[in-house]
Design a protein around this ligand. Structure first.
Ligand code: PLP
Length: 382
């Protein structure tokens, strides 16, 4: 089998006029062959040749039988969790991205679906399931605490009870981790992050190997209009071609920055995928290729957070991740701002936790930026 970059670059080859990139079809509707006879495409909400190419590329990259693309990552999450019906229960591995949390705490209750939060999936057992539990939804590593769950083990327990397993694979991407091969039924991703990769595209992907689940994922597009437009579909399938090389660089930069911060006199602790304990380190090493390009850390007591953030010149203080530019944010008030105070505390999203999304800049410049900010954090009174 060809390597990841070759596959990503050549996922779409058969284009009209031997064009090396696919055309963009903007048509809202498509002429039909005859009465009672349907063409391949009928109306853009239901399907469009450019979106179909993006979906084909996403499935190929993930090694999945089917993929669907949505207007945003939350569109993909909503399509998967939207399969639940009144009376069902969802088990949500915590912490999750703030938008997934919102869907579980605000949207699902309106539909008569109960969400139960599981703080540590390593403790998941048969006792967590009754006949109402129809789905387990989680992220690994988690956002922003970088806790790692054993996808194979969660899938085995869930399947024993007839529940679907949905993994939000945004942080790792199919380049570093392939949940479907580990037993997950559906993966969802915010393609706004690594797949798009340039901070200028909102998109989501859901992939599965089940034709039946794919039809449900399609219905979410057709019924609710939750679709990725042709222009954005085109940009997604172009941008994803460089996913492997971008992530290689992002991950290499991350390793060096983590090394710089670990044991630094101004830094209390650094959280990376698998750093929580030896068991998680082992799971991460087994089910993923590396730690990714996202980590969190805390400054020592007495740090002036404002001075730290103000001193940064290369890192932008902003939510999001996965782009070529490095970003820093404070999850408790930003990405996890929707959490109740109790849930922030219960799931370890501490107020002074700093989340870092590493880009592809020259790593010496990123380290120098952090070095300057660390000095500033402790040279002015908090
Ligand atoms: C950003 C993000 C989402 C939501 O994606 P959007 O494209 O912003 O809708 C979902 N899951 C995770 C882990 C994310 O980081």
């Amino acid at each position: 089998m060809a390597g990841f970059n070759t596959t990503a670059i050549h996922a779409i080859t058969e284009n009209e006029n031997e064009a090396i990139v696919p055309p963009i079809y903007l048509a809202s509707t498509f002429g039909q062959p005859h009465t009672g006879e349907e063409g391949e495409f009928e109306y853009q909400r239901g399907g469009n040749p450019t979106r179909a190419k993006a979906e084909q590329a996403m499935a190929t990259i993930e090694g999945a039988s089917f993929a669907r693309v949505y207007a945003t990552g939350m569109g993909a999450s909503a399509a998967a969790m939207g399969m639940l019906q009144a009376g069902d229960t969802l088990l949500m591995g915590m912490p999750v991205y703030g938008g997934n949390y919102r869907f579980g705490t605000i949207e699902l209750p309106k539909r008569g679906v109960k969400t139960r939060f599981i703080g540590d999936l390593a403790q998941l057992s048969d006792a967590d399931f009754d006949e109402t539990v129809k789905m387990v939804f989680f992220e690994t590593p988690t956002n922003p605490t970088l806790r790692v769950a054993d996808i194979e083990r969660v899938a085995e327990i869930a399947h024993r009870h007839g529940a679907l397993v949905v993994v939000d694979n945004t942080f790792m991407t199919p380049y570093l981790q392939r949940p479907l091969e580990l037993g997950a039924d559906i993966t969802v991703q915010s393609a706004t992050k690594y797949l798009g990769g340039h901070g200028d595209l909102l998109a989501g992907v859901a992939a599965t190997n089940s034709a039946e689940l794919d039809q449900e994922l399609f219905k979410a597009q057709l019924i609710s209009g939750n679709v990725l437009p042709p222009m954005d579909s085109y940009r997604l399938l172009q941008n994803v071609k460089t996913l492997g090389i971008r992530l290689d660089r992002q991950q290499a930069n991350t390793e060096q920055i983590v090394q710089f911060l670990t044991g630094h006199e101004s830094v209390a602790r650094v959280l990376t995928a698998g750093s929580a304990n030896e068991a998680e380190r082992e799971i991460q090493a087994r089910q993923a290729s590396g730690i990714g390009a996202l980590f969190s850390f805390q400054l020592k007591e007495g740090a002036n957070m404002k001075a730290f953030l103000d001193a940064l010149e290369v890192f932008e203080f902003a939510v999001s991740l996965g782009g070529i530019e490095s970003l820093i944010c404070l999850p408790a008030t930003m990405t996890q701002g929707a959490y109740s105070a109790e849930h922030l505390e219960e799931f370890g999203v501490e107020e002074n936790l700093i989340r870092v999304a590493v880009g592809i800049e020259n790593v010496e410049d990123l380290i120098a930026d952090l070095d300057r900010a660390l000095t500033a954090a402790f040279s002015s009174a908090a």
